[in-house]
Design a protein around this ligand. Structure first.
Ligand code: SPD
Length: 345
């Protein structure tokens, strides 16, 4: 009965929005991380609602935020990590969500609440959970050890990349040193800065997007990257492996937010709801290799994905990993260190 009711609600909503489309086709503008949605899902939504989705891509929370702050885009929906949701909400960039228009919110896995600062989903709905780690070519790095310290190994000088992302890169150095990646201890941050400067001399570049093609083509042998992104490229080069370093890593929940100036809030709500249809969420998990925290979708994914520790993170990895939190005015401690790393010779 409940299912029937939901289906009717979705059909009515689609009908209402399509009536709008009959006059003038609606377009939804979505700003999302690259390689983060199955293209056929976008097409299904377009067909169902008779509308158009325009996707633009970013490779870090900070580049996305900078573009929005510069007035760019005209976007409806964005997919920031939980700490950035908090920053954007504090700066009045978001509008509250209407839960009545997102009935699939009922499927959310409550276990994901520990990764968000908005656990009542006032401004955000969880999208995907993933980790950061090391991708490498098993045949070219025979002495690989599961540690962030690999970035200091001179044997791979010039053939490695670290993410061009201040919380991820400083976070990797902090974890290598055994510290929290949210530390406010200036002594620990200075040690992380110095370690990162040593690693900088050993890597080809700080980079958050091209590392994938670079690893496929063997231009790079070892890269700092995101779990699902590296899992995706394993399909193109069977020599690639993904490992979470033994010191722990960052686990991030990216969430869907509706921008304050969103031109199409109705359609945006419908898209959020669509992404949490259990079958759609399961298809998306299978494609992107990140975990959409949707309990009903977990039942629908293949055994291969359900047993993949890069998708369903095992407890031992969770235990030593952390979420990057918004540190308020102390975020500046990290951006200051990042400037010093970038400026170092
Ligand atoms: N291509 C998808 C990348 C998703 C990254 N999510 C986590 C970001 C935390 N810095």
């Amino acid at each position: 009965m409940k299912k029937l009711h939901l289906r009717m609600l979705t059909t009515v909503l689609a009908g209402v929005l399509m009536l709008g489309c009959a006059k003038k086709p609606l377009t939804l503008h979505v700003f999302i991380w690259s390689d983060y949605i199955k293209p056929e899902i976008v097409q299904s939504f377009e067909q169902k609602f008779g509308c158009k989705i325009v996707l633009d891509y970013y490779d870090s929370n900070e580049s996305m935020y900078a573009k929005l702050k510069a007035g760019g885009g005209g976007y409806d929906l964005v997919f920031p990590s939980s700490y950035m949701v908090n920053i954007m909400q504090r700066q009045d960039m978001l509008q509250p969500l209407d839960h009545a228009k997102i009935p699939n919110i009922q499927h959310l896995d409550p276990a994901a609440n520990r990764f968000t600062m908005d656990s009542n989903h006032v401004f955000s709905v969880p999208y995907m959970l993933g980790s950061s780690g090391i991708g490498y070519l098993t045949s070219k790095v025979p002495d690989f050890k599961p540690t962030w310290r690999m970035f200091g190994d001179p044997a791979y000088k010039g053939r490695m990349t670290l993410m061009n992302d201040y919380r991820e890169a400083i976070g990797a150095a902090l974890k290598a040193l055994g510290y929290s990646l949210n530390t406010l201890d200036t002594n620990e941050l200075v040690q992380a800065r110095d370690l990162l400067i040593q690693w900088k001399a050993n890597i080809a570049k700080f980079e958050s997007e091209q590392y994938k093609n670079g690893l496929i083509s063997a231009e790079f042998l070892l890269v700092h990257g995101y779990s699902g992104d590296i899992m995706q490229i394993m399909e193109e080069n069977a020599d690639i492996a993904y490992v979470v370093p033994e010191e722990g890593t960052s686990v991030a929940l990216d969430e869907i937010v509706l921008l304050k100036q969103a031109p199409q809030p109705e359609l945006a709500h419908a898209f959020i709801n669509f992404l949490h249809e259990p079958e759609i969420a399961a298809q998306n998990i299978e494609f992107v290799y990140y975990l959409c925290p949707n309990l009903a979708a977990y039942e629908l994914v293949s055994d291969e994905v359900r047993n993949d520790p890069a998708v369903f993170l095992p407890q031992n990895i969770m235990d030593k990993s952390e979420v990057v939190w918004d540190l308020g005015e102390n975020n500046a401690l990290y951006s200051h260190i990042w400037d010093e790393v970038k400026g170092a010779e």
